[in-house]
Structure formats: C-alpha cells, structure tokens
Design a protein around this ligand. Structure first.
Ligand SMILES: NC(=O)c1ccc[n+]([C@@H]2O[C@H](COP(=O)([O-])OP(=O)(O)OC[C@H]3O[C@@H](n4cnc5c(N)ncnc54)[C@H](OP(=O)(O)O)[C@@H]3O)[C@@H](O)[C@H]2O)c1
Length: 300
C-alpha cells in the first residue's frame, strides 16, 4: 500500500550537502522522535543508515517513509533491523547484519532508551533492572560489539544520547543513574579506544525535547509544557536541535573532541530543579552544643 506511507519530513540541515557521503551509521531507536530526526539528517547528508529497535512494524514504516524522501541521485540508503539492545545476541546481530549490508560501520548512535516516572522507593527490582539494562547495559553492549566487530581495526565515532541528570534526576532516579553511568562510560571508552582511532562522545538533551512518541510515553503533553518555567530558553527543545549537535560531534569538525558530553537543554541544567521540597525540620544541624536530652535539637 504505497499510498499509506506518510510523506517524509523535509530536512533543512545546517551542514554541507554530502558531508556523510560514503559513511555508514547505526541509529538505535532511529524510527521515532530524536533518533528519527538524527536518521533523517544523516540521510540528507548522504549517509547509509541502519535503524534498530524492538517494534518491528513501527520501524518498518519509519524506514519506508524515510526511504521515500531520499532523492534518486543521493548515495543515502536506509535499512532496519529488529533489535532489543538489552539482548546480547540481538546486539551482535545488529552489528554483523549492518556490516553484511553496508560493508563497514563509521558511526554508532546509541539513542534507543526509555524509562518510566515514579519515586525511587516505589521501584520494583524488575523495573529498576529494566531501565538500567536498557539505558546503561544496552549502550555498553552496542559500544562493545561495534568496537569488537569493526571499530577496533578501522576507527569510528560513537555518540551516546544521555539526559539532564546533572543535579540528580528525582522521579527518574533509575534513568539518572544509568545516564550518569553512560557519561562515565563515554570517558572510559574515549581513553581505552583512542589508540584505535575511535572517538566517543555524548549528547545530553534536556527533559524538554518534544516529539509525539516522547509525549505519548508520558501520557500527554503536560509534562513537557510544565517544564517551560524551568528552562532559561523559555521554550521546549526540538528533535532537530539534538540532531544538529549529534551531526557536529560525528563530523570531522569534532575531530579533536572525545570523552565529552554536550548539553542541549536551553541551559535548564544550570537552573531550577523541577522537584518541590516542602518545608520541614527533619535534618537537624550538627553542633558541638548538642542538647543531650533531645539530640535532634542543638542548644543554639
Ligand atoms: N525527549 C526528551 O526530552 C529526552 C530527554 C533526554 C533524553 N532523552 C532520551 O533520548 C532518547 C530518544 O528519546 P525520544 O524522546 O526520541 O523518545 P522515543 O521516541 O520514545 O524514542 C525512544 C526510542 O528508543 C527505542 N527503544 C526503547 N527501548 C529499546 C530497546 N530495549 N532496544 C532498542 N530500542 C529501544 C524505541 O523503539 P522501540 O519501542 O521500537 O524499541 C524508540 O524508538 C531516549 O534514550 C530518551 O530517553 C529524551
């Protein structure tokens, strides 16, 4: 049903045409939201892209839609493969099938991820593990396989999408812990793999990058609109604003940048926390003048 394929969005990249000609990229979660914008911009710039995630039907539709937007004279190509990044064998197959299809791998964009909101005290071990396995372990597996199967011998660039967890991540503590882990992993791998010609960087979007799928994940648009007072830019971010940062870090313009995380958050990480802490007196001051009859109160 060719008529059922939605029209691919027109891309207007800031980067020069053909920048990624003859390059091959994997974008996990490349069929929706931020990952889709990254895929569209890479294709626009001539790249061959493998998109990968769990929902095969949605992935197929996205690949077909984006393929329909590639001009006939462009070297760009898009393929898709079903992959749950939590499953080691599926990650191995993602990398090997990309190499089989395109013959090389220049860029790995670890964008696939997800979480659910809630207070830390309510998280079951299963829920906690699921978020850590997706966002931290899944990213590690993709990095390791890309390196072992190709980049150790040929170099490459790895780009991890993380999150604004710089002041903790209340109500998303599992993903905050996982993303802080990836921030540190980025630095370790940048050092361990530098001598193999591999650069490793991260992009940290604010919790404010609107896309239909991201809004659907949290039930509605309110979680995004409610964040605006906490963003110095006083607006939500756009998926293409994250994509531009990713394309810069993949490009030769960033040849001397590795082990770094670039925040794309309208300065939100420097500003106010979304968590409201009520007035309380549950944390008494430490003092040498402690009232022995009531150790929670100082004499002063
Ligand atoms: N939007 C924001 O404000 C924001 C802020 C900070 C960080 N981020 C992060 O940016 C990334 C993209 O998010 P988004 O906003 O574009 O939301 P999204 O559209 O829901 O994207 C998440 C993508 O990850 C894929 N995915 C989830 N679990 C996966 C798994 N186990 N294996 C493989 N793929 C998996 C999903 O596809 P399937 O369901 O098909 O697997 C989906 O395509 C995520 O890591 C997100 O946490 C987003």
């Amino acid at each position: 049903m060719a008529g059922a394929v939605p029209k691919s969005r027109r891309v207007s990249s800031i980067f020069r045409p053909g920048l990624f000609k003859d390059k091959v990229a994997i974008v996990t979660g490349g069929g929706t939201g931020i990952g889709k914008a990254i895929t569209q911009e890479l294709l626009h710039l001539g790249c061959k892209v493998m998109i990968a995630s769990r929902n095969l039907e949605r992935l197929e539709q996205a690949a077909e839609e984006m393929r329909s937007g590639i001009p006939q004279d462009s070297p760009a190509q898009i393929e898709h493969v079903e992959c749950n990044i939590r499953k080691e064998q599926q990650v191995k197959t993602l990398i090997s099938s990309t190499l089989a299809k395109f013959g090389k791998l220049d860029y790995l964009v670890n964008n696939g991820g997800g979480q659910f909101p809630g207070p830390a005290a309510s998280f079951s071990l299963k829920g906690w593990n699921a978020v850590i396995e997706t966002n931290l372990t899944g990213t590690f597996l993709c990095c390791r396989e890309a390196y072992n199967q190709w980049m150790a011998d040929h170099g490459g660039v790895i780009l991890n999408i993380i999150a604004d967890m710089w002041k903790g991540f209340p109500s998303m503590s599992h993903t905050g812990a996982a993303r802080a882990g990836v921030d540190n992993l980025t630095k370790s791998l940048a050092l361990e793999w530098a001598a193999n010609g591999v650069r490793v960087n991260s992009v940290a979007p604010g919790s404010s990058i609107y896309s239909e799928t991201a809004a659907a994940n949290y039930g509605d648009m309110k979680i995004f609109e409610g964040a605006i007072p906490y963003i110095p830019a006083k607006r939500l971010g756009k998926t293409e604003e994250v994509s531009a940062a990713v394309c810069f870090l993949l490009s030769p313009a960033a040849a001397y940048i590795s082990g770094e995380t670039l925040k794309v958050d309208g300065a939100a990480s420097l500003y106010r926390s979304l968590l409201n802490i009520p007035e309380h007196n549950k944390i008494p001051a430490f003092s040498w003048d402690i009232d022995e009859t009531d150790p929670t109160k100082s004499k002063l």
